[in-house]
Design a protein around this ligand. Structure first.
Ligand SMILES: Nc1ncnc2c1ncn2[C@@H]1O[C@H](COP(=O)(O)OP(=O)(O)O)[C@@H](O)[C@H]1O
Ligand SMILES: [Mg+2]
Length: 370
C-alpha cells in the first residue's frame, strides 16, 4: 500500500500544495518549523481520521482558517482510493472514500495502515508506561476495529468514573451510577486486555529476532504484557473470561478508590515489561541498548502489520534517523527496502543521499518540489 499524492489546504501551516510520493523511500526535507512533521501528520490522518499529536481536530486547522482539506490518492488491496478529509471549526469532520461519505472516522480503518516512529519512541523502553500503552493503542486501533471501538468507550467511561470519584463527597448521589460505570468499564477493559495480550506476545517474538540480529546474537530481548493483578497477560483468555476477574479486582479496590478519589482498578495502568538478557531494560539498559530495543520493537510492529494484511504499512519516520549513529541508521535502512517510507530530516543532513529516496522539499507550508 502507498500514498501516491496528497493535497493539503488549511491543514496546519499549509497553503494549497500537492506532494507526489514515490512508492518507496521519500525524504521530506527543509528547515525547522516549515511543515515536515505536519505532512506526516496529514498522512497519518488518512489511516484513522485523527492526529498523533493532538486529541481534537481544532489545532490542526490553520490558525486563520475555518476549515482544512486533505485529499489523497492512495493504493491498497489492489485498488485505488481517493480519500478526502475535511475539517471544520465548530462542526463535524467529513470523510469520503471514492466520493462516498463515511459515517464514522473508524470506518477508514483497514484501508491504509501506518507505523509512526518519532523521537519519543526512542524512549519507549525507558519512559513511563503511558508511552508503551500508546504504542499498543495506535497499533491495535488500525488492525482491529473492535479494539478502536472498545478503546473509545473505555476512555469515555474512565473519564466519567474519575469525575464521580473526585466529586462524590460534594454530591453523594453520583455514587448511584458507579456500579453501572464499573460494569461497563470491565466489559470494555476485557476487550482491550484480550487484544493487548495477543499483540505483546507476537511482538515479543518478532522484536527479539530483530534485536538478536542487531546485537550479533548477544542480547535476548523479551516483552511481557502486564495488566490488572490477577489477570494473566498471556493470550488465550477470552474477554468473557477476563471480565469477571476485572470485576473482582474492582470490588477489592472499591474502598480505596472512594477514599483516594482516584481510579485504581483497570486497564488504564497496563504496561509492557521489557527485559534484555533477563534484566529490566528500563533501569539496566544502556542508552544504546534501549535504542536498539526501541528500533526492534518498532520494526516488529511493521512486520505485524505485514503478517496481518499481507502488505507493509506506510512507515513514517519523523526525525528519527538523525538521532541514530551510522550503524543503527544502516540497520534501519536495510530493513525498510520494501514498502513505502516517508522520512523527515533537516536540509543539511546527508541522510537523503544515503537512502536514495525521492526528495521532497518543504518551506513555509508549501511543497517546493517532488
Ligand atoms: N494550526 C496551525 N495553523 C498554522 N500554523 C501551524 C498550525 N499548527 C502548527 N503550525 C505551524 O507549523 C510549523 C511547524 O511545522 P512542523 O511540521 O512541526 O515543522 P518541522 O518542519 O520542523 O517538522 C510551525 O511554524 C507552526 O507554527
Ligand atoms: Mg518536525
Amino acid at each position: 500500500m502507498f500514498v501516491r499524492s496528497i493535497y493539503l489546504d488549511g491543514f496546519r501551516n499549509y497553503s494549497p500544495s500537492t506532494a507526489e510520493f514515490s512508492e518507496h523511500v521519500n525524504v521530506i526535507t527543509g528547515e525547522n518549523a516549515q511543515g515536515k512533521t505536519n505532512l506526516l501528520e496529514a498522512v497519518f490522518y488518512l489511516s484513522c481520521g485523527r492526529s498523533f499529536r493532538t486529541r481534537g481536530d481544532r489545532e490542526v486547522i490553520g490558525r486563520d482558517r475555518d476549515s482544512a482539506v486533505i485529499l489523497a490518492e492512495a493504493f491498497s488491496d489492489g485498488r485505488d482510493h481517493d480519500i478526502g478529509i475535511r475539517l471544520f471549526r465548530g462542526r463535524k469532520k467529513e470523510i469520503t472514500v471514492n466520493g462516498v461519505r463515511l459515517k464514522k472516522a473508524s470506518e477508514l480503518s483497514g484501508r491504509l495502515s501506518v507505523v509512526l516512529f518519532c523521537p519519543d519512541d526512542l524512549m519507549l523502553v525507558r519512559e513511563g508506561a503511558s508511552v508503551r500503552r500508546r504504542m499498543m493503542d495506535l497499533c491495535l486501533c488500525q488492525l482491529r476495529p473492535r479494539y478502536a471501538e472498545a478503546l473509545a468507550e473505555f476512555t469515555r467511561l474512565y473519564e466519567h468514573k474519575t469525575r464521580i470519584l473526585r466529586d462524590w463527597r460534594e454530591k453523594p448521589s453520583l455514587l448511584d451510577t458507579l456500579e453501572d460505570f464499573n460494569d461497563r468499564l470491565a466489559r470494555a477493559g476485557a476487550i482491550l486486555i484480550y487484544y493487548r495480550a495477543a499483540l505483546v506476545k507476537n511482538m515479543s517474538g518478532k522484536a527479539a529476532d530483530i534485536h538478536r540480529e542487531f546485537s550479533g546474537g548477544h542480547e535476548e530481548l523479551s516483552l511481557t504484557y502486564r495488566t490488572v493483578s490477577g489477570v494473566p497477560g498471556e493470550p488465550g483468555m477470552k474477554p468473557r473470561e477476563i471480565y469477571p476477574l476485572l470485576v473482582e479486582h474492582q470490588q477489592r479496590h472499591r474502598r480505596a478508590e472512594l477514599e483516594s478519589g482516584m481510579c485504581l482498578s483497570g486497564a488504564h495502568k497496563d504496561d509492557i515489561e521489557i527485559t534484555i538478557n533477563g534484566m529490566p531494560a528500563r533501569s539496566y539498559a544502556s542508552q544504546g541498548q534501549a535504542r536498539t530495543a526501541a528500533l526492534s520493537i518498532k520494526l516488529a510492529e511493521r512486520d505485524i502489520h505485514f503478517e496481518d494484511r499481507g502488505d507493509y504499512p506506510i512507515l513514517l519516520l519523523d526525525d528519527v534517523l538523525s538521532e541514530l549513529d551510522g550503524e543503527r541508521q544502516s540497520f534501519v535502512l536495510n530493513r525498510i527496502l520494501t514498502g513505502q517510507v516517508l522520512l523527515t530530516c533537516c536540509e543539511d543532513e546527508n541522510i537523503a543521499a544515503r537512502t536514495g529516496g525521492r526528495i521532497i522539499r518543504i518551506s513555509g507550508g508549501t511543497v517546493l518540489s517532488s
